[in-house]
Design a protein around this ligand. Structure first.
Ligand SMILES: Cc1ncc(COP(=O)(O)O)c(C=O)c1O
Length: 385
């Protein structure tokens, strides 16, 4: 059956704007694009340990068989949630099937009609989608701009906040997925404390990257007890799949009862949980977090030497963005890097705002110094030509 004309038109517009999304198979290029920051996704030791975990418990089961609220809950879930809450120093942990599910579940269920949500303008699409599904009013604030947040909370929240029933939620990411930068979390925490706001932080790109054993940025700053909820995902540095919401026991109880993306979906298969457990065990033993930190420092020093600093968004994380405006321009530079064996992805508008198109470099513990030097030297010849 034919695609309706108006949908065909939308695809045609994407083609014309050079912004049509396509699926590509992974090639043999040097990896500067995956979220597998520590190389855990392909680590045999983790794969084997996951099997060992299942065999030791005599679990020979492929699927969860139902929602966790019906037939899909089992002991390995409880074990994994205990491991996660202990590792992340939280009162309670609730697993979700993905970070996307965790965010839509949380933001569609927690803020109520009459509440206010303030979100960073560059917040991840999964949080935006969750907010859209909620009955609360939502306002964006400038990226990492605490002054803007303060103005908006004081203007829009003060009259409302006098009503004890109105709650204010503030949401940010500890590392932003497109810019790789971070808000001043200490100041955000203090502001939220002083203005009676509930702070939620998405740690997707900080998990496995910051703090001792990759505990995340909030724990690295000892702020974990000062936030209402944390969302940590496993599809990035943990190299597997799923996500956890960390918070109070009551928050967990509430989400089990009201988060629709938790309730109305089949639970994760045992193999997924065993892999999460094995990946977290590996975090405690690995030297990869340290190697990643060294590579990030090396990348930044090389950006200075190659005189590319003004093109890059400042970042101490694994994500580094070189702004090259225009979909066609950024696609051309990415294609040239790819021709030379480097997998660096162009990020196009509308994924990022027009004019902010960029090459997004993801740094890994397994990238060599030579690879980092070579790709940046090559980039310099293209963008400075
Ligand atoms: C900041 C952020 N939150 C949430 C997600 C979603 O996580 P997942 O890939 O596990 O659905 C992503 C991944 O794209 C992300 O970058």
């Amino acid at each position: 059956m034919q695609l309706p004309k108006k949908l065909q038109k939308k695809l045609q517009n994407r083609e014309e704007n050079n912004s049509l999304r396509r699926l590509y198979s992974k090639g043999n290029h040097v990896d500067f694009s995956s979220n597998d920051y520590l190389g855990f996704a392909a680590k045999k030791k983790i794969f084997e340990q996951a099997h060992k975990i299942l065999e030791e418990r005599e679990i020979y089961q492929n699927g969860a068989t139902g929602s966790r609220l019906l037939s899909g809950n089992y002991k390995l879930y409880e074990e994994t949630e205990t491991q996660l809450k202990e590792f992340h120093n939280a009162e309670a942990a609730l697993l979700f099937n993905s970070g996307y599910d965790a965010n839509i579940g949380f933001f569609s269920a927690i803020p109520q009609r009459g509440d206010l949500v303030f979100y960073d303008e560059l917040i991840h699409a999964s949080i935006r989608d969750g907010i859209q599904m909620s009955n609360a009013k939502a306002y964006k604030f400038g990226h990492n701009d605490l002054d803007d947040l303060q103005n908006k909370v004081l203007k829009l929240g003060s009259s409302k906040n006098s009503m004890a029933e109105t709650k204010i939620y503030v949401v940010t990411e500890s590392i932003f997925s497109m810019d790789g930068d971070a808000p001043n979390l200490e100041r955000f925490v203090l502001f939220c404390k002083n203005h009676n706001c509930h702070l939620i932080v998405d740690e997707a790109h900080a998990t496995g990257v910051f703090g001792e054993c990759g505990v995340g940025l909030l724990q690295a700053l000892n702020l974990q007890d000062q936030v209402f909820a944390r969302i940590n995902t496993f599809g990035k540095a943990m190299g597997c799949h799923g996500a956890v919401i960390l918070g109070s026991i009551d928050l967990k109880k509430y989400l089990i009862n009201f988060a629709r993306s938790f309730i109305y979906t089949t639970g994760l298969p045992p193999h997924s949980l065993a892999t999460i457990q094995a990946a977290y065990q590996e975090l405690i033993n690995t030297s990869q977090v340290e190697k990643l930190t060294q590579n990030i420092t090396f990348f930044n020093s090389k950006v200075e030497i190659t005189k590319l600093k003004s093109q890059f968004v400042k970042s101490n994380s694994a994500i580094h963005s070189c702004i090259i405006s225009g979909n066609e321009n950024v696609k051309n530079v990415a294609a040239k890097l790819q021709e030379n064996g480097f997998d660096v992805k162009p990020i196009l508008s509308p994924t990022v705002p027009r004019g902010q198109e960029r090459l997004r470099f993801c740094i890994h513990s397994y990238n060599s110094k030579e690879e980092i030097s070579e790709v940046l030297e090559l980039l310099a010849t293209f963008v400075q030509a």
